[in-house]
Design a protein around this ligand. Sequence first.
Ligand code: DGL
Length: 280
Amino acid sequence: MSTQPIAVFDSGIGGLTVVRHLRSLLPSESLVYFGDTARVPYGSKSQRTVAAFSLDVARFLMQFEPKLMVVACNTASALAMDDLARELPIPVVGVLGPSAAAAARLARDGVIAILATEATIASGAYPAAVQAARRDARVEAIACPLFVPLAEEGRTSDDPAVRLIAEGYLSPLRGTTIDAAVLGCTHYPLLRDAIAAALGPQVAIVDSGREAALSVQQALAALGMLSAHSARGSMRCFVSDNPQRFRRLGARFLNEDVDSVEFVEPERYATPAASALPPA
Ligand code: DGL
């Protein structure tokens, strides 16, 4: 049993769609969240930059002595998991591994669509994880970068612009019988209905936040580290820029009000090495 918090980080606000599932599955756990809103997006950046930023943020969160670190950002899960697992002295759960495993399990004939940011798709990490879970799987990977600003702008699945863009991204899959599709980016669950409509009714949708939350529950149970409290756990958020915007938009991503958001100055989280990386 443990009173230590679970640490969660993302490139910005999107990771709150993962926290939403953590809060409903593990309500008595306390959470400490960092959104790197000064350096978002990660989804168009290189591996070395995403790994350096992720390590900065994870090191900042270690001061709260968390029992486990959740990499809520799909891009960081795709590009920085090895670096994080090597450096951190606590278990690290990313969103990618559990989602790839769920898709491999759910896809009847093994044909899986991965929808994610440019960097996640370019990394090849999702197809590798799917194929490690299921050798006969076939993966169609599609970058859908416009879904991120659309979700942040508050556009929803019934917006004609969202429907049109979802059609544009997903119509190349028309000739293929997709069995399962992974919402492999923090923002995509907010546009789930439009994405599902463009894919067709036979496709099982995998929400990476839900799969990660289930994995966290299993990991903590196996370690005997689940919270024994009966009261609802606390939640404390830190951001590297614009806490007002995080609070305002956050309620939609989290499905509840974001009460506590604190601004963190760069010198408290960004190592000079990470901010002054030479071009790759
Ligand atoms: N959080 C990122 C992800 O899940 C999306 C936003 C970004 O590009 O940083 O991949």
